[in-house]
Ligand binder design. Structure first.
Ligand SMILES: CC(C)(COP(=O)(O)OP(=O)(O)OC[C@H]1O[C@@H](n2cnc3c(N)ncnc32)[C@H](O)[C@@H]1O)[C@@H](O)C(=O)NCCC(=O)NCCS
Ligand SMILES: Nc1ncnc2c1ncn2[C@@H]1O[C@H](COP(=O)(O)OP(=O)(O)OP(=O)(O)O)[C@@H](O)[C@H]1O
Length: 202
């Protein structure tokens, strides 16, 4: 019988490189729960959640096809901290529950929960360890502008303002991955992976 997997979080500010670093862990066989993608899946499918979002943001929050109108919702909440807080309060408990259901059926020594927000919403306290991916702000902004054709520099700065400063994230981390481009990332991931396995005694 397999024992419960350790739960490790991986986070970082917008454009820090969470997804790319999580992909390296995935190659090592670590199951990844992608909270941001899963949140969108639930916002598209969970009727109770959808009703709460429509109540908060109005019917324009959903397109004709029933899918979340992400551009509209992003435009509403990223410039309005109190509205974003209300949306978070609706979405985050649903994601937390979904993650625990997913984690229950994993059988590896540890799993990774990848999420933009882990420190901000206190979720990190429920995890066994936290990895923060870090890179200088100017590099993060440029990477997001190169990746997301629909976002302006102002959009990205707005989102950064809605997140904890990177320094506060790294100060709460058990492990930090330097993704500035100055240090090779794969050796850092291999070292963290080994340290986690050593802690578990594998
Ligand atoms: C507002 C939404 C619809 C915008 O979707 P869109 O596809 O345009 O952007 P995306 O989700 O990729 O977010 C862009 C970046 O913003 C940041 N971000 C996302 N949600 C939040 C948030 N609640 N607070 C601060 N930053 C956030 C992340 O760094 C993310 O990578 C979406 O971000 C959302 O539903 N957010 C609220 C729910 C949430 O917190 N999800 C993430 C954690 S579970
Ligand atoms: N070391 C690197 N060198 C060059 N490009 C990189 C590096 N790391 C990440 N990128 C690129 O920067 C962009 C942001 O990376 P990624 O999507 O992994 O960040 P993220 O932290 O998941 O971002 P978000 O919070 O927006 O979801 C991607 O297009 C990615 O391919």
């Amino acid at each position: 019988m397999s024992s419960k997997s350790l739960q490790v979080g991986i986070t970082g500010g917008i454009g820090a490189g969470k997804s790319i670093v999580a992909n390296i862990f995935s190659v090592l066989g670590v199951p990844i729960y992608d909270a941001d993608t899963r949140a969108k899946f639930l916002m598209n499918r969970d009727e109770g959640l959808k009703a709460n979002i429509v109540e908060l943001l109005g019917p324009t929050a959903y397109q004709q096809d029933g899918m979340l109108n992400r551009t509209y919702v992003g435009g509403q909440v990223f410039g309005n901290p109190s509205l974003l807080e209300k949306l978070n309060a609706i979405v985050h408990p649903a994601v937390g529950k979904d993650f625990q259901q997913w984690a229950k059926v994993q059988s590896t020594p540890y799993v990774l929960k990848e999420a933009a927000l882990l420190i901000e919403n206190g979720t990190y306290q429920e995890l066994d360890a936290v990895i923060v991916v870090a890179a200088p702000e100017d590099i993060r902004i440029q990477r997001v502008l190169d990746r997301d054709a629909h976002r302006t520099e102002e959009d990205v700065k707005n989102i950064i303002d809605r997140q904890l400063p990177q320094q506060e994230k790294t100060s709460r981390a058990d492990f930090v991955v330097d993704n500035s481009g100055e240090v090779l990332v794969i050796p850092q991931v291999l070292e963290i992976h080994q340290q986690i396995l050593d802690q578990i005694g594998r």
